[in-house]
Design a binder for this molecule. Structure first.
Ligand SMILES: Cc1ncc(COP(=O)(O)O)c(C=O)c1O
Length: 396
């Protein structure tokens, strides 16, 4: 007799971005050249001084279990860096280091949500939020934002979604998948609502350092007095330092939550990889010019992608302030035939683009926004150029 899956995992969807990347990799393995705009990771290698710190850590014998919630040196570096950058002070015991930001998010949700609690998530949202909320037994309440407002939730939309069951608001700035970034003023308006209600916030700030042009990143707990006790800040080294494979992320949380998250982690995974933690420490404490170089390259690509999209009649994309994604409206290109095949949905459109033109993107539906696709510019300028040439051929 087959083993029956648990009710909780039966309702879980696999990550669509990883699925699309896997499909692109399969095509590549079969000998095709694929122009991959589906990836969610920097295409740069981890900077050399960070790799060296990992080698040094191994040689120094940092190859054993560490404290389950992370080495104190790294926690202290995280809170010191936060204080230096954003001005707010946290005890180092407020920091829990996990196996990537995704794990930090899951642990945060698991430690704070009860079955039936509602979590407000503005759409388009990062693929994992709704699934992780469901895994914690809570209910994702998706609020559709408007492209005309750069996909940012307005105070009115936020207020309208609040019910007596609302427990948490999930905010991502700069955003995956839209690249939008909230100003301090916009965050302040949302914070006022948070403070008026008994709501907690999970602020995913993983793209904090990938910000372009005149845009300025503002960390959510800093915008109003009294927020620090109500917010869990998520961050990590994956995106800033091109360290996706090392699996180090963290939460900055009120101390009672951090303590429980550490205990949870001690039961589920134990510590994040010891060597990776020392590499992350070197990343935070070391020379930051590697970040500036990567950001400058991303900024060039962003400008190029913005221009390409602006030049395609009927496609649009809100201004990208940060992260490395364009979220492109293709509604005009649905309900049409492509090489004799009728394409009605964004999913069909992305699959057909991959099959006909070997360009991998991710369908907007995966982010709760049908009628769009997400194009990552975390790939070389040549790839981006060829991919957009092919997209133009596809829709011609
Ligand atoms: C918005 C957002 N949060 C969190 C993560 C997870 O990052 P990590 O690799 O540190 O788990 C990602 C990765 O794609 C992301 O885009």
């Amino acid at each position: 007799m087959a083993i029956e899956l648990s009710k909780i995992v039966q309702q879980m969807e696999p990550s669509a971005t990883l699925a699309m990347s896997a499909r692109a990799k399969e095509l590549k393995a079969s000998g095709e050249t694929v122009y991959n705009l589906s990836v969610g990771e920097p295409d740069f290698n981890t900077p050399e001084h960070i790799c060296q710190a990992a080698i040094d850590a191994m040689r120094a014998g940092h190859t054993r279990y560490t404290v389950a919630s992370g080495i104190p040196e790294l926690k202290k570096a995280v809170v010191a860096n936060y204080k230096k950058t954003h001005g707010l002070e946290y005890p180092f015991t407020s920091c829990v280091v996990s196996n990537g930001a995704k794990h930090a998010i899951h642990n945060s949700l698991f430690c704070t949500l009860n079955p039936g609690d509602e979590v407000i998530i503005p759409a388009p949202y990062w693929v994992s939020y709704a699934e992780l909320v469901k895994l914690s037994g809570a209910i994702p309440v998706i609020v559709q934002t408007k492209e005309s407002n750069n996909f940012k939730i307005t105070p009115e939309e936020f207020k309208a979604a609040i019910t007596p069951k609302t427990r948490m608001f999930l905010l991502c700035t700069p955003s995956n998948p839209t690249g939008n970034i909230y100003s301090g003023e916009e965050l302040g308006q949302l914070a006022d609502i948070v403070l008026q209600h008994n709501i907690f916030v999970l602020a995913d700030e993983i793209y904090e350092n990938l910000v372009y042009g005149d845009n300025k990143f503002v960390s959510f707990p800093t915008v109003r007095e009294g927020l620090q006790d109500r917010v869990i800040v998520i961050n990590g080294v994956s995106k800033t330092y091109a360290m996706t494979g090392w699996r180090v992320g963290w939460a900055l949380a009120p101390e009672n939550v951090a303590k429980k998250m550490g205990a949870l982690q001690s039961q589920e995974t134990s510590n994040p990889c010891s060597v990776s933690q020392y590499a992350a420490l070197a990343a935070i404490q070391g020379d930051q010019s590697c970040v500036a170089k990567m950001v400058a390259e991303f900024a060039k690509r962003r400008d190029y992608v913005e221009e390409r999209i602006a030049n395609i009649k009927g496609m649009s994309c809100p201004k990208m302030g940060g992260a490395f994604y364009a979220f492109v409206n293709i509604k005009e290109y649905l309900g049409r035939e492509y090489a004799g095949k009728m394409i009605n949905t964004d999913t069909e459109w992305c699959l057909e683009l991959l099959s006909q033109k070997k360009v991998a993107t991710v369908m907007g539906s995966a982010f709760g926004a049908p009628g769009y696709f997400r194009a990552s510019f975390a790939t070389s300028m040549e790839n981006i150029k060829e991919a957009f040439d092919r997209i133009e051929e596809f829709i011609a």
